[in-house]
Design a protein around this ligand. Structure first.
Ligand code: FES
Length: 150
């Protein structure tokens, strides 16, 4: 772990000047590298930029595109923004909860909710492993979860 921390410190020194304004670019960089924001990596970013960990964590949890938990092998994201909600996004979310063992995840699937994916014209939308699908009908989300879980 120390080796990883030292490598990350070195990369951050090369890529990001030590300024508060670099927090979001650094968090996006980490997210791109790891697929989520590990606690230890957020600590290193805070140390590099001179920002308290609580502030780094606060920023990381304020943006829906940033994950702080390691996702399962597959991710399903349901939009529950207004357009999607009015077109059945709430029912898709309920369907997804019902299809997962603990309502939020299974060994293979992580379920997430997003406030608006900016594709309101084809609402309701669902993202499966990075690929968005529009005008999703009921029954599709549980079928997708069943498919990726097998
Ligand atoms: S509300 Fe779902 S894409 Fe905008």
């Amino acid at each position: 772990m120390n080796r990883e921390r030292n490598e990350l410190r070195s990369i951050l020194r090369q890529k990001f000047p030590r300024s508060r304004g670099q927090l979001l670019p650094a968090l996006h960089f980490l997210h791109h590298e790891f697929g989520y924001l590990p606690d230890w990596a957020m600590e290193v970013v805070g140390w590099h930029l001179g920002i308290p960990s609580s502030e780094v964590y606060g920023a990381a949890t304020s943006y829906t595109e940033l994950r702080i938990n390691q996702p399962a092998e597959h991710s399903v994201r349901v939009c529950t923004g207004l357009s999607c909600w009015l077109n059945g996004g709430n029912r898709l979310m309920a369907e997804a909860h019902a299809a997962l063992s603990d309502g939020k995840s299974s060994d293979k699937v992580t379920l997430e909710e997003t406030p608006c994916a900016y594709m309101c014209g084809v609402a309701p939308v669902v993202e499966v492993d990075g690929e968005w699908r529009g005008r999703v009908d009921e029954g599709i989300v549980s079928a997708i979860i069943g498919e990726v879980s097998s």
